[in-house]
Design a protein around this ligand. Structure first.
Ligand SMILES: [Zn+2]
Length: 493
């Protein structure tokens, strides 16, 4: 492909997808000429697909030593720069978004999501590689994703990252300074990234979509300032403001404490989108009303984690009630169940998830505790060692909702496990040694296992392990003792 053909294909794509105004065509061609260090353009006959053009562009960039970074980030960064030449400026993106918002909130988010895909910021082509399936668990339905696009993080590493004072620019992957940033050796390219400014609780936030897109329209709402995650009244105010603004979306927050929090604790952010998670579909058992909060209905959710579902038509009252539950929980201990609210540090917090249901506001408050012990150094209410072969990472917001994001290594390992089950060998691949006790159980449980059904059985059993991991994360277990404990806590409200 000649440089002119690459450029021609890129601008054609930009126009077709509505990213590039025909009035800006020549300008974009000239920007791309400079990017490729070419000085003249001749309109070619052939136009190629965006994938072909991008690959040829990266090839040209490498050949001319224009990509600079020389690691995995370099191709993405250079691609981002190519696509950026086709995109409107951030202020124009914001203008279009709010023009669409006048039509309806959904029109605005529909447009921005499609824009983020067309801008190749949300990499749907890569997300298609993820292994995605559903499992009917023993008690609940589960969504499983084996993530083939992101490395596994150790909770201790995440905790360590929180201690390290960031000194680079942008300070983190979420910071607003990523918008249009070319990238570095350690920081991924964000030249084709655009964010939408929002006011929540009178404070400045930005809306973007997640490049990893774990579920439909997976969005991130990030604070203007790079400041650590917090959990207090403001959390509930910001979430309800967002739900008022975008009633078709859910929005939740990771807990602010290590182990029970998400992978980024250093920058205040929320995650949401348009997806009906297993938790949202889970039934309720015992329900409660409160004299001090007449407009609140609460119920215990049939879920392995300890989730209190709170519903109200009043935005103010639900914020007040959720804040009240959080404050009560922060100081609540039940030593008979191993729940200790604080010692030198605070251990109790919540993972809140907000949504609209028939116009009302609803929060699922998952009660969390991040204490560790000598027996469970990574967390008492965290995946226990016997399940680490499947899931060792934090049980964050997305997992609380019933969607397992499992490490990519499992793809290869499950295939080796399948072969081991079908044709047991003493020469065992080291990568599946950790799975052996589990494989023994699977084999005993499934005498019907054969060539045809082995893969499906293993995938289902992975889901059942995830269900047990969620139980580990529950502070009030789903047995008589645990249920009574949960009710004792609710009675203090
Ligand atoms: Zn940041």
């Amino acid at each position: 492909m000649t440089p002119s053909e690459i450029i021609y294909s890129l601008v054609n794509y930009g126009e077709e997808k509505g990213l590039l105004d025909p009035l800006d065509r020549i300008y974009a061609i000239n920007k791309l000429l400079r990017l490729f260090r070419e000085d003249s353009y001749e309109e070619p006959k052939n136009s190629f697909s965006i994938e072909e053009a991008v690959q040829a562009g990266i090839g040209l960039g490498k050949e001319k030593k224009l990509t600079e970074l020389e690691n995995l980030n370099e191709e993405d960064a250079f691609e981002g720069e190519m696509i950026d030449a086709l995109l409107p400026r951030p202020s124009q993106v914001k203008e279009i978004f709010f023009k669409k918002y006048q039509e309806s909130p959904k029109a605005a988010t529909d447009w921005f999501y499609q824009f983020s895909i067309n801008a190749r910021y949300v990499r749907t082509d890569r997300l298609k590689k993820n292994i995605v399936y559903k499992v009917k668990g023993e008690k609940i339905d589960l969504d499983i994703t084996i993530n083939l696009s992101r490395p596994e993080k150790d909770p201790k590493e995440i905790a360590k990252a929180q201690q390290v004072k960031s000194s680079s620019y942008p300070l983190c992957l979420l910071c607003k300074e990523n918008e249009g940033y070319y990238g570095t050796f350690t920081h991924p390219g964000r030249a084709n990234h655009r964010i939408i400014p929002l006011k929540l609780n009178g404070e400045d936030f930005y809306l973007q979509y997640s490049p990893y897109g774990y579920f439909n329209e997976h969005c991130i709402v990030l604070k203007k300032e790079h400041s650590p995650m917090t959990m207090n009244e403001k959390t509930f105010k910001r979430i309800t403001d967002f739900l008022e603004m975008f009633p078709t979306y859910m929005l939740g927050s990771n807990a602010e404490l290590p182990i029970v929090g998400g992978s980024i604790l250093t920058h205040e952010h929320y995650q949401g989108g348009d997806y009906l998670f297993p938790l949202a579909k889970a039934g309720e058992e015992e329900s409660f009303t409160f004299k001090k909060f007449p407009l609140i209905k609460a119920a215990i959710v049939k879920w392995p984690l300890s989730v209190l579902r709170v519903t109200s038509s009043s935005k103010e009252e639900i914020v007040a009630f959720c804040t009240y539950v959080l404050d009560k929980w922060r100081n609540y201990s039940d030593e008979s169940l191993g729940i200790i609210a604080k010692d030198e540090v605070i251990h109790n917090t919540v993972s809140p998830i907000g949504r609209r249901v028939n116009g009302a506001y609803q929060f699922d408050l998952a009660l969390r505790n991040n204490r560790t012990s000598t027996e469970y150094p990574l967390g008492i209410f965290h995946s226990h060692p016997e399940y680490w072969h499947i899931k060792k990472e934090n049980i964050g917001l997305i997992e609380v909702l019933g969607l397992a994001i499992l490490p990519g290594r499992l793809q290869k390992e499950l295939e080796l496990c399948r072969l081991q089950l079908l044709k047991p060998s003493t020469d065992i691949d080291p990568s599946i040694e950790k799975h052996l006790p589990w494989l023994m159980e699977v084999k005993a449980k499934h005498p019907e296992l054969n060539e045809k059904n082995a893969e499906a059985i293993l995938k289902e059993e992975v889901g059942l392990v995830f269900e047990k991991v969620l139980s580990d994360a529950g502070v009030f277990k789903r047995d008589e003792k645990g249920k009574a404990g949960f009710i004792r806590f609710i009675k203090t409200l």
